[in-house]
Design a binder for this molecule. Structure first.
Ligand code: ADP
Length: 447
């Protein structure tokens, strides 16, 4: 097992990884920007190294500075967390070239899944259901029109290098194709430096359902159930739950086994998430995230697994040591992402936390790096806390969340707590009756 792990991240996920390491007897190295000198992950880590000024490109994305910090502190391994360098194949490669273990998949797997056309081809080859559409990139208007004809409108044009919902254009009829195909290419080139696009059938009322996987380096792979992340605003998840209110036991088992089997065929290692759109009882692969995700705690709550620990264990070469049948799901879990933002207009709201009181009690978990007196810096993501509850069933989670949100005090800044409170009073949400478009209507973004 590793003796020292460098955590190449900040905020709650840096703390989450630190906690997993400490419980395993591993010492930790925090890296931080000058804006994060007082951050909780820096205070708790065994050692801390400042790696640059506030802008991410000069600190949390500064590969040379991070590798130097790992060298001078004598770390054995680097955990990238999520965001920042976590899905940067070049970084993973450089980490390994410098003799450290990258706590994540191989650079090849990261690269493969980062290119959406390749990812979709591999998904199909390994037996996962994909959205019907073009076989590869669509390089002319004539080809685009032919695809539209073949699969039927509406279709969606998507950037092969895409991410964060950018470079996507809906095409409702042949008359819209030329302009929207060109717009998608222009956007893709501007955002990702690669104009290639592909085309898929557009699903009108899907849910976003993703499968958590966990694989070792000995060919073993298990799934840790699904998460329903349909509640999104501008492609950002707001609240997630496990299991999905839309699936039954048989569907869960079938898609889970399909995905675990695909991971074995791919020889994937570490944790990962395979994202699907789900409509009328069918799953359609959209992408795979090759890292630990923000919403991983809800899968931990229903499975009893510590996914961060498992990730570190398998990265050190340890075998899983259990099979699919050993994983038993119990109850229900919901996570609310709490952002430092105005709950009405969603404007970021960084600033000093004057009072802080986190909720507690039975089956309530708060993953956050906040404390009273801490200043939320304006330079990074606005997510400041995750409130996670577990219950014997969904209704118990809803009761517990209402209670816990009411107890949560984050003074001095505006947060999205009131949005979650409003959501928890809504009949559609209470009934589990929502798709990926629902939240934007609820917050008045679309009608
Ligand atoms: P990104 O990597 O940019 O997030 P995804 O492929 O994951 O791109 O798609 C982002 C979101 O766009 C999905 O969560 C879904 O809301 C929507 N979307 C993508 N493909 C389709 C599709 N074929 N039909 C309907 N909606 C889609």
């Amino acid at each position: 097992m590793f003796e020292k792990v460098l955590i190449a991240n900040r905020g709650e996920i840096a703390l989450r990884i630190h906690r997993a390491c400490k419980e395993m007897g591993i010492s930790t190295v925090a890296v931080h920007s000058t804006a994060d000198a007082d951050a909780m992950h820096v205070r708790l880590a065994d050692e801390a190294v400042c790696i640059g000024p506030p802008p991410s490109k000069d600190s949390y994305l500064n590969i040379q500075a991070i590798l130097s910090a790992a060298t001078i502190t004598g770390a054995d391994a680097i955990h990238p967390g999520y965001g920042f360098l976590s899905e940067n194949a070049n970084f993973a490669e450089m980490v390994e070239e410098h003799g450290f273990t990258f706590i994540g998949p191989t650079p090849e797997h990261i690269r493969m899944m980062g290119d959406k056309i390749t990812a979709k081809r591999i998904a199909e080859e390994t037996g996962m259901p994909v959205v019907p559409g073009s076989k590869g990139s669509v390089d002319s208007v004539a080809d685009a029109l032919a695809i539209g004809e073949e699969f039927g409108y509406p279709v969606i044009v998507k950037a092969t290098a895409g991410g964060g919902g950018r470079g996507m254009q809906l095409v409702r009829n042949p008359g819209e194709m030329e302009v929207n195909w060109k717009t998608a290419r222009t956007e893709a080139l501007a955002a990702f430096g690669n104009a290639d696009v592909y085309i898929e059938k557009f699903l009108t009322k899907p849910r976003h359902i993703e499968i958590q996987v966990l694989c070792d380096t000995h060919g073993n792979a298990v799934h840790v159930g699904e998460r329903d992340c349909s509640l999104q605003r501008r492609n950002q998840k707001v609240l997630e739950e496990a299991p999905s209110p839309a699936l039954n036991e048989a569907q869960r088992k079938e898609i889970g086994e399909t995905v675990a089997d695909a991971m074995r065929k791919m020889k994937y290692r570490g944790v990962g998430t395979v994202e699907f759109l789900y409509e009328n009882g069918e799953f359609f692969f959209i992408e795979m995230n090759t890292r630990l995700q923000v919403e991983h705690p809800i899968s931990e709550m229903i499975s009893g697994l510590d996914l961060a620990r498992e990730q570190i264990r398998v990265a050190s070469g340890a075998p899983l040591g259990y099979t699919q049948d050993d994983i038993k799901f119990q109850g229900h879990s919901i996570e609310c992402r709490i952002n430092a933002e105005d709950p009405e207009n969603f404007m970021p709201c960084p600033g000093k936390i004057t009072d802080y009181h986190a909720p507690g009690g039975l089956s309530v978990r708060v993953d956050s790096a906040l404390y009273s007196g801490y200043s939320v810096p304006p330079h990074y993501d606005s997510m400041i806390a995750k409130l996670i509850v577990h219950g014997n069933n969904r209704n118990e989670c809803l009761m517990r969340l209402r209670r816990a949100l009411g107890e949560y005090v984050i003074g001095g800044i505006k947060t999205s707590i009131p949005l979650h409170q409003k959501l928890l009073e809504n009949a559609d949400f209470i009934n589990g009756d929502y798709d990926i478009k629902w939240l934007e209507k609820f917050v008045g973004l679309t009608d």
